[in-house]
Each structure stands twice: as structure tokens, then as C-alpha cells.
Design a protein around this ligand. Structure first.
Ligand SMILES: CC(C)(COP(=O)(O)OP(=O)(O)OC[C@H]1O[C@@H](n2cnc3c(N)ncnc32)[C@H](O)[C@@H]1OP(=O)(O)O)[C@@H](O)C(=O)NCCC(=O)NCCS
Length: 156
């Protein structure tokens, strides 16, 4: 992700989440947060060339990769893009020294949970009433060991 991408990324975020990040948060991740790995995935469009189809932000904290957000444009879901983006992000995190990964997901977001299950994430804990818009619980998921062979196999 570059600063030029932030406009489109923010629009994608607003369309994907009931509590989107402010645009300035993406600007901060791109330009000021040294621990951030902000990524986009692009698809080639016949008319407009390469267009942003998804976003992923990972924070690298010591030997942990914390997934801050991941979303794919609603019109481009179920094409394997989230899986590809997350594999690439976790491989990059591993090459930066990450050994484990963490994330939070809404209890009711079964679609995302199915994605994470494929990677081997398991439930580590629950944060009750974590999301302020509807007081939904967050599940805290962890991938105990970032295994690069296993990650690459997910793309086969
Ligand atoms: C969750 C999300 C990122 C998945 O993106 P995607 O590009 O459609 O996912 P992929 O095509 O890479 O699918 C990967 C796996 O996720 C699971 N999955 C994705 N969409 C699913 C659905 N509608 N129903 C059930 N499982 C689904 C499947 O296990 C799938 O693997 P498969 O295709 O081999 O069955 C996307 O739905 C999204 O942006 N949702 C809104 C934002 C969000 O909830 N982000 C997660 C916050 S924790």
C-alpha cells in the first residue's frame, strides 16, 4: 500500500465494516508506523488496468504478527484473494522474524472464521462485548506456529 492507495482502501474499508478505520489511520500505517506491513492485492481490469481488490494490515510486534484488518472488495470475493493476500502477508511477516500470528474476529463472522480455520488459527480467548456498535464478542485467534511450507501449500 502507498499513500496514493489510501483513498480507495478507505472506501473499501467503509463498504466492508460497520466500524471502519478513519482514512488517517491508513495514512499513519503507510507513512509513520515502522511496525506496520500494509498491503493491497490488485486485479487487472480490462478498462482501468490494475485495481485494488483487497487490503491487509499486519503489525509486527517482536516475534508476533498481529492482523489489524483484512477485507476484499464485495464484488471480488470468493476468488481466493483473501487467502492469497493472507498467505503473502504471513510469509513476509515470517521473513521479518514473526513466529506466531494473532487476530480478533467477530463471533458472528463465520465467513472470516472459515478463512482463518484453513490457515490453522485456533481460538485462544474471548473478549466479551468487544465491538462497540453491537456489543458483539471478539474471538481472539492464534496461529501458534508460522510454518512457511504449510502457508505455501495453501496456494496450491
Ligand atoms: C472474509 C473475507 C476477507 C474473505 O475474502 P475472500 O477473498 O472472499 O476469501 P477467499 O475467496 O480467499 O476464501 C478463502 C476461504 O475463506 C472461506 N470463505 C470465504 N468466503 C466464504 C463464504 N461466503 N462462506 C463460507 N466460507 C467462506 C472459505 O474457507 C474459503 O476457502 P474455499 O474457497 O477453498 O472454500 C471477505 O469476505 C471480506 O472482505 N469480508 C468483509 C470484511 C471481513 O469480515 N474481514 C475479516 C475481519 S476479521
Amino acid at each position: 500500500m502507498t499513500l496514493n492507495d489510501v483513498n480507495v482502501v478507505h472506501a473499501l474499508d467503509v463498504a466492508s465494516f460497520s466500524l471502519p478505520w478513519p482514512e488517517r489511520a491508513y495514512k499513519f500505517e503507510v507513512s509513520q508506523n515502522p511496525n506496520s506491513l500494509p498491503l493491497v492485492i490488485e486485479l487487472k481490469d480490462d478498462k482501468s488496468g490494475w485495481v485494488i481488490a483487497g487490503v491487509l494490515v499486519i503489525w509486527l510486534i517482536l516475534d508476533e504478527a498481529h492482523i489489524g484488518t483484512i477485507a476484499i472488495d464485495a464484488g471480488k470475493r470468493r476468488l481466493g484473494l483473501a487467502k492469497r493476500l493472507l498467505v503473502e502477508g504471513l510469509l513476509m511477516s515470517s521473513s521479518e522474524g514473526a513466529k506466531t500470528a494473532y487476530l480478533e474476529v467477530r463471533r458472528g463472522n463465520l465467513t472470516a472464521q472459515e478463512l482463518y480455520r484453513q490457515f490453522g488459527f485456533t481460538i485462544e480467548g474471548i473478549r466479551p462485548r468487544y465491538y462497540k456498535d453491537n456489543n458483539e464478542d471478539a474471538l481472539l485467534l492464534t496461529l501458534k506456529s508460522l510454518d512457511t511450507d504449510r502457508l505455501n501449500e495453501l496456494l496450491v
